[in-house]
Design a protein around this ligand. Sequence first.
Ligand code: HXC
Length: 314
Amino acid sequence: MNHNPTELTELRDMRARAMAAGGQERVDAQHAKGKLTARERLAALLDEGTFQEIGALATHNISDFGMADKKYPGDGLVAGFGKIRGRKVAIYAQDFTVLGGSFSQVQSHKICRIMDVALDSGIPIIALIDSGGARIQEGVRSLAAYGELFTRNVLASGVVPQIAIILGPSAGGAVYSPALMDFVIMVRQISHMFITGPDVIKTVTGEDVTFRDLGGTLVHNAKSGVAHLLADSEQQAFLQVKQLLSYLPPNNAEDPRRVEPYDDPLRMDDALNYVVPSADTEPYDMRAVIDRIVDRDSFFEVQPYYARNAITGL
Ligand code: HXC
């Protein structure tokens, strides 16, 4: 069969543009903020060579508000399937360099597709969020598309694990989906989750509030309880995901993997005799007790900052 050379050139061009994200200038700006691009993030989190992408060339068909000239293959979202330490996962990463990672109908179709497969096959869903929320230019179409995603978040709840890593703004509609998921990880300095930004709040209420005070890591790890884990860097967040997955079954039809403990099951620990003070008015750190009872180095704490009074350096 003969191929039309023009079509092949076009296909190659689209593939190259899909890899180029929002262009070098925006990629540089993303790096300057201390953030990785969507594809760099997937490369860092997934086992090498395991990523199978879907919808890499999908583009929107919106022409309002000058959008006909703003078509990026992939539409600001990289989605598909891969492996993390040998476990199959469904995964997507929003690309802030493309229209601020804003959520579109195309993004929704891609995410819903991998979520449907994850639900059918019982594998975890991982979301890498870096988004300004509903794509304003798509109007209610974007909002209806969010509805499709939220429905799946609810259907997946209790069926397969859902893990969200917030790696930039998670603004407007971008907050609801992670909030419906099982585990939310935020990264110092770069993660912010808020429904309405500081500018709108200033306009509507006259109140001055910073991104940090509105939806920073401190607010959601220590006060609202929306976030479960806090990482110092993107790389550390990915390590947390790997560790978290190691506690879960690889598939919802299987038992968790058995690991031979290197800690002697008959180990006695004299410190337990005094680690809890005899005076019941004296405070103590329960972590010191848990650490001595469970297998060594196996305690995976979630929400360590939640409701602590003295939080510094967040
Ligand atoms: C379309 C968007 C966008 C959005 C950002 N961009 N958010 N485009 N829809 N929601 C675009 C910007 O116009 C800009 O494009 C590029 O992405 C980068 O954005 P900047 O503002 O330059 O980046 P930064 O200064 O880092 O600020 C990031 C931000 C800010 C804090 C996320 O962009 C922001 O406040 N965006 C709007 C957030 C918001 O109000 N979302 C709510 C949408 S309504 P150019 O081409 O100019 O560089 C919603 C309702 C959901 O989500 C209801 C669900 C049921």
